[in-house]
Design a protein around this ligand. Sequence first.
Ligand code: NAI
Length: 254
Amino acid sequence: MSLTAYDLTGRSAFVTGAAGGIGRACAALLATAGATVHCADLDEEGLLETRRLITEAGGASHVHLLDVTDRSRVGAAVSEAGDLDILAAVAGIMHTSSVLETSDEDLDRVLAVNFKGVLYTCQEVARSMIARGAPGSLITMASGAVDSAGPGLLCYSAAKAAVVQLTKTLATELGPHAIRVNAVAPGWIRTPMTARHDADRQQRVEATMARISPLGRVGEPEDVAHTVLHLASDASAFMTGQILRPNGGVAMPW
Ligand code: NAI
């Protein structure tokens, strides 16, 4: 085995949530590893910036403006993308509300984006891989929230727990097609999703998260992207149905 296992030259990847945060870092790293990356998101400006960064670094990419909750649009984009070898289903939203205050609308929206959106992209990409008879790697984005419970996080953690079950189930169904399916469950990562407070409070939150990590720091999008690269590449050829946890050695502290 050599480091060429990480070389994705000639491969094609579809990345949702690619307009920012973890998704952008994944798209950029997969492109650096040699893949042609199809960047999908509903944020057009962010997508164009991701494409600019990839081009500037000498990589190849395409953009697809879509909402992952729109099954037909996801199907159309996957078919426009053509032969795909890798999916990183990263798009997601945060939501907090206590159980007693959670409305049908809250639940429906979070499940739609964080679970159904992942399901739709996995279904569409897997169908196209099977039709082509090619091996592939599907990577889903769960969360450290699946390992714990915290106030306000019911909708988010339930949707992410469903993503884990989707991942494990799909791994059993797609293994015979040589398609691997794994999840990534990051800890606290510094992205627009976690930058929700004013500067002072943000600094305090980050300091707390860093203090409880044996590594003494919070995560960066690139930490997650390297885990995704591992799962996308032949370096993880014998891994399927797994959950990898780039979390600095700490579960969520609630
Ligand atoms: P982010 O908010 O920075 O990026 C999320 C991206 O998803 C955005 O570009 C957004 O436009 C896109 N998106 C949202 N809804 C969409 C939809 N319906 N259709 C298409 N695109 C949509 O968030 P971040 O932090 O980069 O999170 C990425 C993933 O990682 C999410 O699934 C999140 O739940 C997960 N995660 C993040 C952690 C963190 O600490 N930042 C920890 C654990 C998991």
